[in-house]
Write a protein that binds this ligand. Structure first.
Ligand code: AMP
Ligand code: ZN
Length: 475
C-alpha cells in the first residue's frame, strides 16, 4: 500500500496526505442525488470524479467501503420552509405520486451513473428508509441543548458552536453568497440566521405527501440530517472521507458537521473531497433550470457515454469545466484513435514485468497526487509509445483502466469483431455520406446520389442497396 496518497481537503484548505482511521481501510460517504428530476451531465461529472477517487484509493492498495444516500424526502430549496418541496413539485408536474417519482428518477440516475463506467457504492440508502434514525439524532440534539423547538419545528442552534463556519475558504465564501441569495425569505422562528431545521411539523405545504409520526408531531426531516444519520448507520462514528460537489459545502456540509459533531461529542470526518462544477456557456447547469442534458440524451445523440468520461478525466476535478458539443466532438475523435491504437496491439509474447512496474508506479504516483487524471492519461499514451512489446502495453492498458474505466480493451475488441478494422473517422465519414446519399435519393437528385457512390468507391468503399437497407464493404 502506498503511503503518499494525497488530495485537497476542504477542511484544512490544502492538499493533505491521506491517513485513514483504520490502516488499509477507507470509509467514504457520498451525497447522493435528489430524485425529483433527471441528473444532468454536471451531476454525473461529480460522480465520475468520486468514482476515480474510489478506484485511485483501491489502486493504491486501500479497501474502500462507500455509502450513498438517495434524497427522496425533505429537500427544500431553502431551510426556511419557504422553498418549494422539490419532490412534491416533481410529482405535481408529472401527475405521479412522490414515491413513483422517486423510483423513476432513481432508476434513471443509476442508468446514467453506470453508463459512464462508475462502480456502484457498496450501500445505497434512500432517506425514507431511515426515519427512526433521524428522529433519534434530533432527540439527542435536543437533550444535549443543541436544538430548540419553535413554531412547531425543531431547529439546530448554531450559536452553541464555537466554530460554525468550518470551511472558511474562498469556495465557501462564494457558496455563502449563493446561499444568501437563494435563501431570500427569512424564517422568523429561527434564533440565528444560520440555524437550520432538523424536523418539520409545520409545513406551509398543506398536502405534503410524505409524513411520519414523531415525538414533536407528524412531520418530516430537514434537508441535512439524512447524510449524517445514513453515514453513521453504515460507517460508524468516525468517517474518513465525505464527498460532494462544491455547492454542497455550504450550507449542507457545514450543517452536517454541526449536527454530527454535536451529536457525537467528537470529530466526525477527517477529509472533505469537493469537486467543481460543469458549466455550459450559459453558466452552471442546474436541475431546476428545466430541460436537462443527461447522459442518456448524449447517448441518443450518438455519443458513447465513455467519451463523456474521457472528456471529464482530462480536466482536474477542482477546476470548473465548460461543456460544449464541439469539445465533446473532438473527444470522440481522440477516444476513437486511442481505441484504434489499443486494437492494434497483439497479445503474443511475455509481459516485461520490470517495464510494467515502472509505468504502474508512475501512474499510481499521478493518480495519488490529488487525482491528476490528465497526467494519468499522458502516462497511458507514454506506455503505448514505449519501447516494449505489445503484451506489456496491453497489460498496462488493462491495469490503468481499473482507475480510468474507459473500457479501452472492450471497445478495441468490438472494433475488431465488427470486422471493420477501420479508422473511426473514416467510419464516421462513410455513415455521413450514406445519409447524404439517402437524402439526395429522396429528393430525386440522382446525380448527387451517384456522385456520392462513386466518390466512396474511389476511397475503397462499395455501397449496395439491399432489402435491409444500405450495406457497405471495403473493396
Ligand atoms: P443534486 O441531485 O442536485 O443534489 O446533485 C447531485 C450532486 O451533483 C451533488 O453532489 C452536487 O454537488 C453535484 N452538482 C450539482 N450541480 C452540478 C454541476 N453543475 N456540476 C457538477 N456537479 C454538480
Ligand atoms: Zn449530503
Amino acid at each position: 500500500m502506498s503511503n503518499d496518497f494525497r488530495f485537497y481537503n476542504s477542511l484544512t484548505r490544502k492538499v493533505d496526505e491521506f491517513v485513514p482511521n483504520e490502516e488499509g481501510k477507507v470509509s467514504m460517504y457520498t451525497c447522493g442525488p435528489t430524485v425529483y428530476h433527471y441528473a444532468h451531465i454536471g451531476n454525473i461529472r461529480t460522480y465520475i470524479m468520486q468514482d476515480v477517487l474510489v478506484k485511485a484509493l483501491e489502486y493504491a492498495g486501500y479497501n474502500v467501503k462507500r455509502v450513498m444516500n438517495i434524497t427522496d424526502v425533505g429537500h427544500l430549496s431553502s431551510d426556511a420552509d419557504t422553498g418549494e418541496d422539490k419532490m412534491l413539485a416533481g410529482a405535481k408536474r408529472e401527475h405521479k405520486s412522490v414515491m413513483e417519482i422517486a423510483r423513476f428518477y432513481t432508476d434513471a440516475f443509476f442508468k446514467d451513473f453506470d453508463a459512464v463506467g462508475n462502480k456502484k457504492p457498496d450501500v445505497i440508502e434512500p432517506a425514507t428508509n431511515c426515519i427512526p434514525e433521524f428522529i433519534h439524532m434530533v432527540e439527542v440534539l435536543l437533550e444535549k441543548g443543541y436544538a430548540y423547538q419553535a413554531g412547531g419545528n425543531i431547529y439546530f442552534d448554531t450559536s452553541k458552536l464555537d466554530d460554525y463556519y468550518v470551511f472558511s475558504s474562498a469556495i465557501e465564501k462564494e457558496a455563502l453568497q449563493i446561499g444568501v441569495r437563494d435563501d431570500v425569505e427569512e424564517d422568523s422562528n429561527k434564533k440565528n440566521k444560520t440555524d437550520f431545521v432538523l424536523w418539520f411539523t409545520k409545513s406551509k405545504f398543506e398536502d405534503q405527501a410524505l409524513k411520519w409520526e414523531s415525538p414533536w408531531g407528524v412531520g418530516y426531516p430537514g434537508w441535512h440530517i439524512e447524510c449524517s444519520c445514513i453515514s453513521m448507520k453504515h460507517l460508524g462514528e468516525r468517517l474518513d472521507i465525505h464527498c460532494g460537489g462544491v455547492d454542497n459545502i455550504f450550507p449542507h456540509h457545514t450543517n452536517e458537521i454541526a449536527q454530527s459533531e454535536s451529536y457525537l461529542g467528537h470529530k466526525w470526518c477527517n477529509y472533505w473531497f469537493h469537486s467543481n462544477h460543469l458549466n455550459d456557456r450559459a453558466g452552471k447547469m442546474s436541475k431546476s433550470k428545466g430541460a436537462v442534458l443527461t447522459v442518456s440524451v448524449l447517448k441518443e445523440k450518438g455519443y458513447d457515454p465513455l467519451v463523456y468520461r474521457f472528456f471529464c478525466l482530462q480536466s482536474h476535478y477542482r477546476k470548473p469545466l465548460e461543456f460544449s458539443f464541439d469539445v465533446l466532438d473532438s473527444n470522440v475523435g481522440t477516444y476513437n484513435k486511442l481505441v484504434k491504437r489499443v486494437s492494434e496491439l497483439k497479445a503474443d509474447g511475455a509481459v516485461d514485468e520490470n517495464v510494467k512496474k515502472e509505468f504502474e508506479d508512475k501512474f499510481r504516483e499521478a493518480i495519488s497526487d490529488d487525482l491528476n487524471t490528465s497526467m494519468a492519461i499522458t502516462i497511458l499514451y507514454d506506455a503505448l509509445k514505449a519501447d516494449t512489446n505489445d503484451a506489456t502495453k496491453l497489460a498496462l492498458v488493462e491495469s490503468f483502466d481499473k482507475v480510468l474505466s474507459l473500457d479501452l480493451i472492450g471497445h478495441a475488441k468490438s472494433l475488431l469483431e465488427g470486422g471493420a478494422d477501420i479508422d473511426p473517422e473514416l467510419l464516421e465519414y462513410i455513415n455521413e455520406q450514406i445519409q447524404k446519399r439517402a437524402e439526395a435519393k429522396k429528393a430525386k437528385d440522382f446525380a448527387t446520389a451517384d456522385a456520392i457512390r462513386n466518390e466512396l468507391l474511389e476511397r475503397g468503399v462499395e455501397i449496395k442497396d439491399t432489402r435491409e437497407g444500405v450495406k457497405w464493404q471495403l473493396v
